[in-house]
Design a protein around this ligand. Structure first.
Ligand SMILES: Nc1nc2c(c(=O)[nH]1)N[C@H]1C(S)=C(S)[C@@H](COP(=O)(O)OP(=O)(O)OC[C@H]3O[C@@H](n4cnc5c(=O)[nH]c(N)nc54)[C@H](O)[C@@H]3O)O[C@H]1N2
Ligand SMILES: Nc1nc2c(c(=O)[nH]1)N[C@H]1C(S)=C(S)[C@@H](COP(=O)(O)OP(=O)(O)OC[C@H]3O[C@@H](n4cnc5c(=O)[nH]c(N)nc54)[C@H](O)[C@@H]3O)O[C@H]1N2
Ligand code: SF4
Ligand SMILES: [Mo]
Length: 763
């Protein structure tokens, strides 16, 4: 099992691909799967992904087509890799932990840790011990419950979740945390789409996207901003292909010419397999990093000026006056934007921006899609607010074929929020929860991910429970985060696979292994299914089909229910044992607490499930004024002093967040290496470096601490001027904990000021 050695960097570079998917994608997916498990298990796994009676792809949150319209293979290369990674036949057993000390495991790569296979039984690291040892479930949960009861205050505990968690377990986890007495529910969303949630809640009254798959298909113009769908949401390309077939246009905005945005070959269609594929982007704007706020402000100014020239033809006055507030102040500000600043911030030409403006005028229905390229910047929230301004101007909110589309990451990250995983749930939710379960939930806001790290660092949080995810690797400032975790009395992780977080331990540490999406889940009342909500608010069931990875695994619902029971004691008001026995009883409670879930069990039984209503689509805005809000956003752009670059930390094609599956980034032409930094050749020359030079990346931040990522190889790459790109999580050491987006507190993973230094060892 431990024959898979730490990968050695052996960089080779080929020209970036002009197109995404096609035959190589299918081949790569099968290769990965067959490397993990048998042909039979591969077939069983792949045949059940995203089928109405199968399981939801544990990859991204892009929705499936309606029940009757699904393809037999309704998954992408990366979905197949994610599921094979979970369905692997490799196993991590008690012997493994005897063989490797925690320090030895800590020295291994993220890749190697993941390749060891599925976790199979609960393990404990006792205070002072150097190895994990096996422990029974009862004792493990007693240790955890005992520590929870011993804390001086419930606010000394953190309950982290990652977006793979299903609705039922998420609902129970937040119920447990609140019944225990804290709102400390940090989640991966804090590091992901929090800026979208903040901006959309303020301006439209709900922190979710408004569009459906049909809207994407029928839009006249779709912007894809700060997103790499070819890798991260591959089936979005199928949807955009349909948009184009229906006559719509696509504009891509990105510092990198990402493969999928340029040309796409549909792997399941003969045309895609043999032909040149569909050119997706009609226009590609190679923007400077962080320049998007300026771009949308410039577009808004152009729209206001066009309206001045041809009154009554450009703006949707009826919509603006009936449904919005703040137009006058917004318009005053937008008219004053200086072109010089816009061109400087965006690196685009005025002609390029005017061309976009022309397309906007030609388009009745417009959608803006975005992901981490917008949210993970210091001014991520104002940027998204400006996107909303742009859509409001022509009434592109609340009608078919138009709207906002923050493309979510994890398969159920949106559902987890709906279920109450948020440190700041509104009082109406807390009241409903308290009424249903007969207690008074705490009202003081809890800690998010960044504040949770600060609290562990400062000793005010002492217990960390992670449900799914890999908190230590996903978080910024790796050394600070690791030190913070080590200060805890207890760290515990409910996980499917081994990862770095298991190697960074508090005095006591627990690994609680759990069932994955693909595993069959049988409880006292029979076989169970769970539910998830995708990026477009579709809620549907997911049923595991494989024999569980080990007989000792418990489901997440079971672990949380048992832990809650042991910590809080049995009460008739919260029947934890019943919840574990029958997930339908959890859904009954959800239907009474969470708006939109009325009659949940019956509605989710329909093939394909149901869509949660989004009031924005009825032009109902749950803001304090009852209207959509135009906002005034100061003109902000990143300051990149001479000799520096703005680094973005992003995903390669072959990884799932903190977990690399291979050392390649095929579409960008990077092979056998992850410690690379992509920089425009002209910037390299100006900085005195050359392609393939060995460099350290050194972050520049005002606290004077040195943050250095050592020994990277420079790759001359057609990136926009002033930008650099390198992979996460290897570069998380560079992201200062205090470098966060205004308002949302999201780490600025796409805006890290760095300089390059020649690697000392190479001298
Ligand atoms: N295969 C795979 N799929 C995934 C994931 C994965 O790790 N692997 N992760 C999932 C998760 S949790 C998430 S959140 C999503 C993430 O999906 P993405 O947001 O697509 O992920 P990133 O790799 O972070 O890529 C960010 C993109 O934004 C661009 N960008 C960076 N800075 C800027 C900027 O200032 N302006 C503009 N306009 N663009 C910019 C980058 O060049 C890149 O194309 O993917 C999900 N899907
Ligand atoms: N520098 C930088 N940092 C970033 C980002 C970035 O772009 N740049 N992106 C941020 C974003 S968008 C996100 S979402 C976070 C991701 O942060 P996380 O969600 O915390 O990280 P993942 O890598 O998705 O977690 C992988 C682990 O989840 C566990 N797991 C997988 N499936 C299951 C399951 O079904 N149940 C359970 N219980 N466990 C499971 C496995 O043990 C696996 O090792 O990282 C953030 N951090
Ligand atoms: S697009 Fe996302 S959800 Fe769909 S199959 Fe691919 S990874 Fe899975
Ligand atoms: Mo994410």
């Amino acid at each position: 099992m431990s024959g898979i050695e730490d990968p050695v960097d052996d960089l080779s570079v080929t020209p970036p691909k002009r197109w995404a998917t096609g035959v190589p994608a299918v081949t790569h997916a099968l290769e990965y799967s067959l490397g993990q498990t048998t042909v039979r298990r591969t077939a069983l796994t792949l045949l059940n992904i995203n089928q109405v009676k199968g399981f939801d792809c544990p990859g991204c949150a892009w929705p499936e087509p309606a029940a009757g319209k699904r393809h037999r293979n309704e998954y992408c290369e990366n979905g197949a890799k994610h599921i094979s990674d979970e369905a692997t036949s490799r196993r991590v057993t008690a012997d493994f932990f005897q063989q490797y000390s925690i320090a030895e495991l800590g020295a291994r790569s993220d890749y190697w840790l993941n390749q060891q296979g599925r976790l199979t039984e609960p393990m404990i690291k006792r205070p002072g011990a150097e190895h994990y040892e096996p422990i029974g479930w009862d004792e493990a949960l007693d240790v955890l419950a005992g520590e929870l009861r011993r804390l001086d205050s419930p606010d000394e505990a953190l309950f982290y979740t990652s977006g793979r968690l299903n609705n039922e377990a998420a609902f129970l986890l937040q119920l447990f945390a609140r019944a225990y007495g804290t709102n400390n529910l940090p989640d991966c969303s804090n590091m992901c789409h929090e800026s979208s949630g903040s901006a959309l809640t303020e301006t439209l009254g709900i922190g979710k996207g408004s569009v459906s798959l049909d809207d994407i298909h029928t839009a006249d113009l779709v912007f894809v901003v700060g997103q790499n769908p070819g890798t991260n949401h591959p089936r979005m390309l199928t949807a955009l292909e349909e948009t184009k077939r229906n006559g719509g246009k696509v504009i891509a905005v990105n510092p990198l010419p990402e493969a999928g945005l340029i040309r796409f070959k549909h792997p399941q269609k003969a045309r895609g397999v043999i032909g040149r594929g569909t050119a997706i982007a009609d226009q590609f704007l190679q923007i400077r990093p962080g320049g998007d706020l300026a771009l949308f402000q410039a577009l808004n100014r152009l729209l206001l000026e066009a309206e001045d020239e041809r009154p009554g033809t450009v703006l949707d006055h009826a919509f603006i006056s009936a449904h919005t507030t703040g137009f006058a102040d917004f318009a005053d500000h937008a008219r004053k934007i200086a072109w010089e600043d816009v061109l400087d911030a965006t690196g685009l030409t005025r002609e390029e921006i005017e061309r976009v403006h022309d397309r906007v005028l030609e388009s009745g229905k417009i959608i803006v899609c975005w992901a981490m390229g917008l949210t993970q910047h210091k001014h991520g929230v104002p940027t998204i607010r400006e996107v909303v301004n742009f859509l409001l101007l022509r009434g592109n909110i609340g009608r078919p074929g138009a709207g906002v589309c923050p493309v979510r990451g994890h398969s159920n990250v949106q559902g987890d929020r709906t279920m109450g995983i948020w440190e700041r749930m509104p009082q109406t939710f807390l009241d409903a929860l308290g009424r249903e379960f007969g207690f008074t939930p705490p009202t003081r806001h809890g800690l998010d991910s960044v504040d949770g790290i600060r609290a562990m660092r400062d000793g005010t949080a002492k217990l960390f429970l992670g449900v799914a995810g890999n908190f230590v690797r996903a978080s910024p400032d790796s050394h600070v985060t690791e030190e913070a975790m080590r200060r805890c009395r207890l760290t515990a992780h409910i996980s499917t696979k081994l990862n770095r977080s298991h190697t960074v331990c508090g005095d006591t540490a627990l690994i609680l292994p759990t069932l994955g999406r693909s595993d069959r889940d049988i409880q006292a009342s029979g076989e169970q299914f769970i539910t998830v909500e995708d990026s477009m608010s579709e809620v549907h069931a997911s049923r595991g089909r494989l024999a569980p990875a080990s007989p000792h695994l418990l489901s997440e619902v079971a672990i949380i229910s048992r832990l809650a029971h042991r910590t809080l004691g049995g009460t008739p008001a919260i029947p934890w044992e019943e919840f574990e026995a029958d997930y339908g009883s959890v859904r009954d409670r959800i239907s009474r607490v969470v708006p939109g879930f009325e009659d949940f069990n019956a509605r989710v039984a329909a093939p394909g499930g149901f869509r949660l209503p989004n009031p924005v689509n009825r032009r109902v805005f749950r803001t304090s004024s009852g209207k959509a809000v135009f906002t005034v956003n100061g003109f902000t752009m990143p300051d990149i002093p001479e000799g520096h670059l703005l680094l973005q930390t992003l995903r390669s094609h072959d990884q799932w967040n903190t977990v690399p599956y291979a050392m390649d980034d095929r579409y960008r032409g990077i092979h056998n290496a992850r410690r690379v930094v992509l920089v425009n050749p002209a910037d390299l020359t100006a900085l005195g470096f050359a392609d393939r030079d060995r460099v350290d990346l050194v972050a520049v931040w005002h606290d004077g601490l040195e943050r250095r990522a050592e020994d990277f190889r420079v790759v001359a790459y057609p990136a926009s001027r002033g930008s650099a790109a390198s992979y996460y999580p290897e570069t998380n050491v560079l992201v200062p904990l205090d470098s966060v987006a205004d308002i949302s507190n999201t780490p600025t993973s796409k805006g890290v000021l760095i300089r390059l230094e020649a690697t000392r060892a190479a001298d």
